[in-house]
Design a protein around this ligand. Structure first.
Ligand SMILES: *Cc1c(COP(=O)(O)O)cnc(C)c1O
Length: 446
């Protein structure tokens, strides 16, 4: 494996309580200045980050098991990305690609067309956020098919704009009091092996597609939009065959099959894109998060005839494909190719899964251990049942935070403990974070 050198000491080091006095003072200012609607998981105020650590305003060094929600895959402030951004920002910061274009935008599209699954002719378009990419995938699918209906999954997450809120499954905190939502969005069962009572992937797909035929009519459907591994829904890996069967159904009925790879893409799951695992070639792919090491960038990539079905001027936006974000993406993608990033993710999986399975034998609250690559989760339940235990997830999360590990929970029931370490995390630090989790379980049991 490549040896990665780090500018910041790679250690867990706590010099104050968490959050420390400086962070607490900043949090008080946050409360006074920032809308209450913008929540914070762990109010340590970050001043530097890199490799596998975050340094806060009080000088604490915490292990990063979240990557800013699957964004800093190549390491926070990756030196190659920093150099590319510095160089670009000194040349020019913005022209608006739709007014006077620049090469970086075209190069990111070329890279996306080359790296996404399938060797058919492709086109891409760039945007600012994941939600914006999903909205544009729907626009493209509707323009291509001349149909209106959009099919999404139970537990699906696609963003917080009006259209994508309607496409997202979970009410709190994403949708509560924000409706009405856009019409022509239909939700069908996803495959959730831990909770499907033994039903296999193809059977779950049969249930979903029967629902589409009976309740919507397949020939009214513009797009089926699926996350190959559901992110905010709970790191749900579908049972084998489900994802491919849904893609086959879409193809048979002239429906655009969209893989939302915003969280699972860019080497996160041990492949460049999670769709590849089952050999599925989506018609369109949405990407964001891991694409540019934190610079705001998102994309839709797909079949040329679909992407080109939109009239000139129909897609775009003032900032979409900003030159600085494009420079960051090109550097991040280059780093992933040079360092065989999918292999780094698989190595993280090979450390985490066995260790978590061992813990599951010891702690019966761990009902399920799942995920691929550096996208791993445990599902917490009342022992001996499959009843979600969100309170335990919150308790463990608090313990990890107080002991210097940045962890995240997720899931429709809030009972999933999820791990999204940067691929640059030193392996001893990863082991240490898992040790803290083990102590969290011991502390919760006592
Ligand atoms: C995060 C996410 C989005 C939304 O991306 P934003 O950049 O937050 O708008 C959409 N789909 C999936 C699968 C995501 O994980």
């Amino acid at each position: 494996m490549t040896t990665i050198t780090h500018a910041i000491a790679q250690e867990r080091r706590l010099v104050t309580e968490i959050p420390g006095p400086r962070s607490q003072a900043l949090q008080a200012r946050k409360t006074a200045a920032v809308s209450n609607g913008v929540g914070v998981t762990l109010p340590i105020y970050v001043v530097r980050a890199g490799g596998g650590v975050l340094i806060d305003a009080d000088g604490n060094s915490l292990i990063d098991m979240g990557s800013g929600i699957a964004v800093t895959t190549v390491g926070n402030a990756n030196p190659d990305v920093v150099a590319a951004v510095q160089s670009q920002v000194a040349d020019f910061t913005h022209t608006c690609f739709m007014v006077t274009p620049y090469a970086g935008y075209v190069e990111v599209c070329e890279a996306l067309n080359r790296l996404t699954p399938g060797d058919h002719e492709k086109r891409s378009a760039l945007f600012n956020s994941g939600a914006e990419a999903v909205e544009n995938a729907v626009k493209i699918a509707r323009a291509f098919t001349k149909r209106a209906a959009v099919v999404v999954m139970e537990h699906g997450y696609h963003g917080r704009t009006n259209l994508t809120m309607g496409m997202t499954a979970k009410n709190m905190p994403y949708k509560q009091s924000f409706g009405p939502f856009a019409p022509e969005i239909y939700r069908v069962p996803a495959s959730y092996p831990y909770r499907d009572r033994g039903l296999k992937g193809p059977e779950m797909a049969e249930i979903a597609t029967t629902r589409i035929e009976r309740e919507i009519g397949a020939d009214n459907v513009a797009a089926i939009i699926i996350e190959p591994i559901q992110g905010e829904g709970g790191f749900i890996v579908p049972d084998p065959g489900y994802f491919a069967a849904m893609a086959d159904f879409a193809r048979a009925h002239g429906i655009v099959f969209v893989a939302d790879e915003i969280q699972s893409g860019f080497c996160r799951t041990g492949d460049w894109f999670a769709s590849e695992y089952e050999g599925v070639v989506p018609d369109l792919i949405t990407t964001a998060k891991g694409i540019a090491d934190g610079m705001p960038l998102a994309a839709v990539t797909g079949r040329a005839e679909m992407m080109d079905a939109v009239h000139a001027g129909g897609l775009g936006g003032t900032y979409g494909g900003n030159p600085v974000a494009c420079a960051a993406a090109l550097a991040a993608i280059d780093w992933m190719e040079r360092n065989d990033a999918p292999a780094l993710a698989r190595e993280i999986e090979s450390i985490m899964i066995p260790r978590l399975r061992e813990m599951a034998l010891q702690f019966p609250a761990i009902g399920d251990v799942r995920g691929r690559g550096a996208m791993i989760a445990i599902e917490l339940v009342k022992p001996g049942t499959i009843e979600p235990d969100a309170a335990l997830a919150a308790t463990l999360n608090r313990y990890c935070h107080q002991h210097g590990v940045v962890t995240l929970t997720t899931g429709t029931h809030g009972n999933i403990f999820r791990f999204l370490p940067p691929l640059t995390i030193p392996r001893p630090l990863l082991e240490e974070a898992l040790g803290v989790l083990e102590q969290a379980f011991e502390s919760a049991a006592s």
